[in-house]
Design a protein around this ligand. Structure first.
Ligand code: SF4
Length: 502
């Protein structure tokens, strides 16, 4: 039997970070970056920041909180220039503190440089130890600061940030999609596996924009041109745009979770509209894991496209059964004991006619509920409970991804392996029993690839297979707080609590 966890203690979220960059002479680049970051808010809600250059001087502002909380007319008004980068953060290395917020800015002999990073280096601990041995000091506890320090040191030797980045790329092992700002250029850089997405857009035919997802281009009126290729550096300055392969790429390994869960459905990644991919996954699931039911409902919001696909292919009517409260922030006030009993209803409430008991669209129905994954199982168990309370006669769960068994080391905040219900349970039946469903069906890895229509060689599937495309160093302690523990070890002023306990 798989154990249970307290309600709403930790959200079952898997987030990364969002990066943005723009060169748009004569435009209000800080405002454009703000709206770009606003579109990328789903990728991280802990902190946000923008760094701007007017061609001579870099100015930056970063703060804890949502993009809309961090910036106002006053702060944006002080960020003037033609070049900008931005970042919205969810911590995957280092805790949720202002010191770790991005873009990070550092000085070298030729000026300043700012860096925004999405991803995770798997050799961060070793790189930091090397730098410390050479006398380097650190203010933060993230791998992004290590990357910035390495760039600054190499820039001093080469007299160029661009050459410095190219020199550092072979030393960085892991996932990184970066936007980098100097006084007179913006760069986009992607690791040789292309684990995290990064795309290029054009605004008004002239300005160049970089963003983690194409949804951030659309909102400012930019047009998607192409992806930054794995191992590529793209630089834009007053002479135009140039791009080149800075590190060889032997295979791509785009995170499959970008398609399944992470990216916004209106984003296009690798020439696939994410919504369409999720719908196809639902259709594939209906073929491979059919069910006799009266209605198909999604777990909102990410389960929607897969549920639509499942209903379409199965011929079972699609319906809404759960209404989501969209305003639950990342740090959430814990409910007291009485509210705790209401559990997940704070976030998801069933459609029912409360005054008459179980009456409404679910009453007496065999319900197939479709979602993209089961992480710890806690939320799913609660959802099934409230569907039964709302009168559902049977609740069948269908998951558009395979069982999620292995943690991520490439920049998605996932639970530890011991917390993943599919890793702890020995059979699907055991998971079904733990969540209290009448039946449970997962997508197979083969079904996933068929639904995606993308070759296995182009994807990272490690969450499902344990086959990590970028080797994980054996001595990595496998915690995003490793660097922090190293940094504070033995210090009397070490923090007593972790800001983000995942
Ligand atoms: S391990 Fe999972 S979440 Fe991490 S990059 Fe690979 S597929 Fe994505």
């Amino acid at each position: 039997m798989v154990g249970h966890e307290p309600l709403l203690a930790r959200p079952e979220a898997r987030e990364a970070c969002g990066v943005f960059g723009i060169y748009a002479p004569g435009e209000d680049v800080s405002r454009l970056t703000f709206f770009g970051l606003f579109a990328l808010q789903h990728r991280g809600q802990e902190s946000a920041g923008i760094a701007v250059s007017d061609g001579h001087r870099i100015t930056a502002y970063r703060e804890m909180g949502l993009v809309s909380q961090v910036f106002d007319e006053d702060t944006l008004g002080r960020l003037r220039g033609d070049f900008a980068i931005g970042h919205t953060r969810y911590s995957t290395t280092g805790s949720s503190t202002l010191a770790n917020a991005q873009p990070m800015v550092a000085e070298w002999s030729g000026g300043k440089v700012a860096l925004a990073h999405n991803g995770n280096l798997v050799n961060a601990v070793a790189l930091r130890a090397e730098l410390e041995a050479e006398g380097e000091t650190f203010d933060a506890s993230s791998d992004s600061e290590i990357m910035l320090k390495m760039v600054v040191r190499a820039a001093g030797r080469h007299g160029s940030v661009e050459q410095a980045v190219a020199e550092c790329m072979p030393k960085w092992e892991g996932a990184y999609s970066l936007t980098i700002l100097t006084e007179q250029a913006v760069m986009a850089v992607r690791d040789p596996y292309g684990v995290r997405p990064l795309c290029i857009g054009r605004l008004n035919g002239e300005a160049t924009v970089f963003a983690s997802e194409s949804c951030a281009l659309s909102v400012i009126g930019a047009r998607l041109v192409r992806e930054v290729e794995p191992g590529e550096i793209v630089v834009v300055d007053k002479n135009g745009m140039r791009a080149y392969q800075a590190a060889p790429s032997t295979r791509a390994a785009l995170c499959v979770f970008e398609y399944i869960y992470m990216a916004r459905p209106d984003s296009e990644i690798g020439e696939h509209l994410v919504h369409e991919v999720r719908r196809r996954l639902g259709m594939q699931l209906a073929e491979d894991s059919p069910v006799e039911a009266d209605v198909v409902i999604p777990v909102p919001d990410t389960g929607w496209p897969a549920a639509i696909g499942y209903a379409e292919r199965s011929g079972i009517p699609f319906g809404e059964g759960l209404i989501r409260n969209r305003y639950i922030p990342r740090t959430f006030i814990q409910p007291d004991q009485r509210l705790r009993e209401l559990g997940v209803k704070i976030k998801l409430n069933p459609l029912r006619v409360a005054r008459y008991g179980p009456a409404g669209p679910l009453a007496g129905k065999r319900v197939a509920v479709v979602d993209d994954s089961i992480v710890r199982g806690t939320t799913k168990r609660q959802i099934i409970g409230i569907l039964r309370d709302a009168g559902a006669k049977e609740v069948h769960v269908r998951i558009s991804a395979p069982p999620y068994k292995w943690p991520c080391y490439y920049g998605v905040d996932t639970s530890n392996r011991s917390e993943l219900i599919a890793a702890r349970a020995s059979t699907i039946e055991e998971i079904r029993d733990a969540i209290g469903a009448d039946s449970l069906g997962y997508q197979s890895v083969e079904g996933l690839l068929k639904g995606l229509g993308i070759s296995r060689r182009e994807l990272c599937l490690a969450c499902f297979t344990g086959d990590y495309p970028i080797p994980i160093p054996k001595d990595v302690k496998l915690s995003k707080l490793d660097l922090e523990e190293r940094a504070w070890r033995g210090r009397a002023d070490a923090p007593q609590t972790r800001a983000a306990d995942h």
